[in-house]
Every structure is written in structure tokens, then in C-alpha cells.
Write a protein that binds this ligand. Sequence first.
Ligand SMILES: *[C@@H]1O[C@H](CO)[C@@H](O)[C@H](O)[C@H]1NC(C)=O
Ligand SMILES: CC(=O)N[C@H]1CO[C@H](CO)[C@@H](O)[C@@H]1O
Length: 401
Amino acid sequence: MPAKSVHQNGHVITNGSTLPVLPKVKKTILQNVPVPEPALSIRIFRVVLLLLYFWTSSTIIGVTQYLGTPLYLINKDHYYRFMAFTKQCMTLLVLSMTQWWTTTTVRVSGDESVQDQIHSLPDGRLQCNFASRMVLIANHQLYNDWIYLWWTAYTNRPFSHGHVYIVLKESIKYIPLIGFGLRLAGFVFMSRNMKTDTPRLTRRLGQLTRRSNDGKGGLEPMWLMMFPEGTNLSKNGRAKSVKWAESQGEKDLKYTLIPRSTGTYFCLKALNGTLEWVYDCTLAYDGVPEGQYGQDIFTLRSTYFERHPQAPIHMHWRRFKVSDIPLETLEDFHAWLIERWNEKEALLDEHSKTGNFPSSINQGKSITTEVKLGRWWEIWQLGAVLAPILGGIYAISRFVL
Ligand SMILES: *[C@@H]1O[C@H](CO)[C@@H](O)[C@H](O)[C@H]1NC(C)=O
Ligand SMILES: CC(=O)N[C@H]1CO[C@H](CO)[C@@H](O)[C@@H]1O
């Protein structure tokens, strides 16, 4: 029988055996970037080291979180402060992995609304001076997207990386251990079914608008991150977006998916009066040819395990006053959001044609920098709670025995 080759779900079936099909573009990109491939043993060593580092550190963070849970019954202010600390540790873990196992260049730009809020420090690092309470919306292409947004919170002064709340798909909640950690970190899970989401969102947003009992009664810092498209840009998502556009009599978009406004609207309405700004980030990745999807090229695996030279990531920032956003009805808000997404399309079109976003910050230039920690030893914080406790237990046991 001749060898049969059938394409099915991205796999070629040849004589019954399945081989993954590499996206064609991956090859052409890699051919253009001459990097000597390290020996297999070195690559395996790097992967083992990465997994070891990830599992050790996340276990430490998880145990620390767990030890902090009784605080909830004692003093809620202390509890939220403690959880913010563990979330800073998560940031340090993600950023140190990104720094040590990949090289990630970011090109940051913005329009007039954030002109004086994004700075390049003398040592080349980025510093943002964004609001400490905000809703952050962005287009969504890759899992990695939130890493770069979270990194922006880390570059913000006042520090905001302990106060990031990411709105995630329900399914992530059920990843063993990690899901539980993200729940303790206060991340918001949505099932995209408003019937089940409404009571849960109401409760969560209530916690995010609580005032501290420290006498000042101030609102806690909060960066609530949402991807209104609801899912990453992919072939599947594109097809659904086309269908949705047809059913709504709207024009489908090219570089993004049509945003779903219900969840974003609900959150903004609930938070109205407790925050002044909505920040919007447009994310673009270099090296994604037309008709292809970034998620097929830059996977988590290729980012961290294969160490391909990462093409620069482009971020374009804008902000909007909440009081200028129509929140009377969902229809008004949807129209507003679609308009913003059309502007994103124009930005992304410019990026695809010129390779850059326009910029009003930094005297009309974008800022090129790298995703990394300010100082590598900041990761000492990961052990700041557990190490003294273990030390104490050890000392006591020595004393008793
Ligand atoms: C949002 O809050 C502002 C000021 O707190 C208020 O004037 C406005 O009516 C609110 N909008 C909605 C839709 O609740
Ligand atoms: C990288 C990434 O997030 N990929 C997901 C994009 O969305 C599709 C479904 O629409 C998932 O199957 C991918 O895993």
C-alpha cells in the first residue's frame, strides 16, 4: 500500500503514525537567524534546571501562601497584604525564568495620554508611572501576553506587581496545584456564562473595592487585567469571530478578534467610582507573517525550552478616563469598545507595515529594553517567610532533642 498522507488537526498521518507538522514559517524564520544549536546534553540540562527551578520555587511560594491563609480569620488587611507579597514572589519567579532561560526584548511606545508616564532609566530599564488602581485591557495572542503585562506592573512606581488580578478562563482553575495558587492569589475566573459568573464576579469585585481598616480607609492598589477577546488569536478563534461578526452585522477584524463586551462592561460598572483610568495595551509580535498566528510560532515550549532568539515584543500604551466611557447601557459600551479595537487594528496595521508602533513618549521614539529583574538577588524574597520558619523549627528541634 502506498504511504498515505492526510492532514488532520495539524498532524500528518503517514501509514498510521502521527507526526506533528511544524508550521512552515517557523523554519523560514529560524533559517534567517543563524544561531548555533547547543549540544543535546546542554539543552537537556537547561530544561532539567528550568523545571527544577520552577517546581522548587513554586512549591516554596505555594507553602508560603498556605501558611498565610489563617490570617484571613485574624485580620483581613494583613491577609491581603500577605497575599500581595506572595504574588510579588510569583512575579519574581516568572521574570527570573524569562530572564535566565530566554532573552526577551521589548519595544514600548504610547500615545499622548501616557506621554509622561513611561521612562527609560539610565541603566536601560523601563519605569512606568501608571495609576495604582486601574483596569487593563489588551489584545490577546499568546499565553505569554500576561507575562509582559505583569512585567509592566513590576516596572511601575509605585510597585504594582503584588496587586495584579488577571481575569482567566475557568479551565485554568483546575490545573493541579498551580490553579490553587492562582486562586489564593485572588485571580478572577470566568466561565463566559454570565449566569454563573455574575455572583462570583460580584463577590470578587466587592473584595477589590474594599477599604482598608487601617484608619485611612483607602482603596487597595489593583491592576485588573482582562483580555476582552476572551481567547487568544487562533484559527479557531478567527472562525468564531467571523461567525459572530456576521450574526451581529459587524465587520470582522484582521489582527484581533471582535471583543466581547459583557464581562468588561460588568467589571467596569461594578468598579465605577473606585478607579479613574482604564489602560489599554496593544501587543504585537515580530515575525508573524500574514495569515499566520503567533500562538503557533511562539509557544511556551519554544520560548522557554528551545531558546529560539525571541523576536522583539511591541507594546503600545494608551489610557482612558473611566468618566468618559459610556457605561449607561451595554450597547453603548460595546460601541465604545469596538471603536477602541478599530484603533488597535490601525496600530497593528502600522506595525505590520513599518515594523513599529507610532510613539508619543520618549520624544517620539519607542523605548527598547529587556524583560528582567532590577537586581538578580531580589529573588531572596521567595524564601523570606519559609526560611526563618524552617530555621526556627530546626533550632527548636535541636534544642528539644
Ligand atoms: C459612574 O460613577 C460616576 C461618578 O462616581 C457617576 O456620576 C456615574 O453616574 C456612574 N455611572 C454609572 C453608569 O453608574
Ligand atoms: C497559546 C495559546 O493560548 N493557545 C490556545 C489558543 O486558543 C486555542 C483555542 O481557541 C487553544 O487550543 C490554544 O491552546
